[in-house]
Design a binder for this molecule. Structure first.
Ligand SMILES: *[C@@H]1O[C@H](CO)[C@@H](O)[C@H](O)[C@H]1NC(C)=O
Length: 71
């Protein structure tokens, strides 16, 4: 039997292993996160000048890079 997880806990676990949460990593319980919690974390680049030029070509009101889809 392998491990099982939810989509959001899986993505956040990857972020955690990558060191995104820094010194508080060990205090974070990822299974407590909702999807909304995940995308409202202040871990994403929000400076337009640092985003790739193809980001938000058609939707420049977003403060982050929306790769695909509306949400
Ligand atoms: C955005 O990034 C550019 C390039 O790194 C920098 O010069 C500018 O000060 C940044 N703007 C803000 C609001 O942080």
């Amino acid at each position: 039997m392998g491990q099982s997880t939810t989509c959001v806990a899986f993505i956040l676990e990857i972020n955690k292993m990558a060191g995104i949460f820094g010194p508080i990593s060990n205090s974070i319980r990822l299974t407590e996160f909702s999807i909304r919690d995940a995308y409202t974390l202040k871990i994403f680049e929000n400076n337009h000048t640092r985003l790739p030029s193809w980001c938000n070509d058609e939707d420049d009101h977003l403060p982050f890079c929306q790769i695909i889809g509306e949400y």
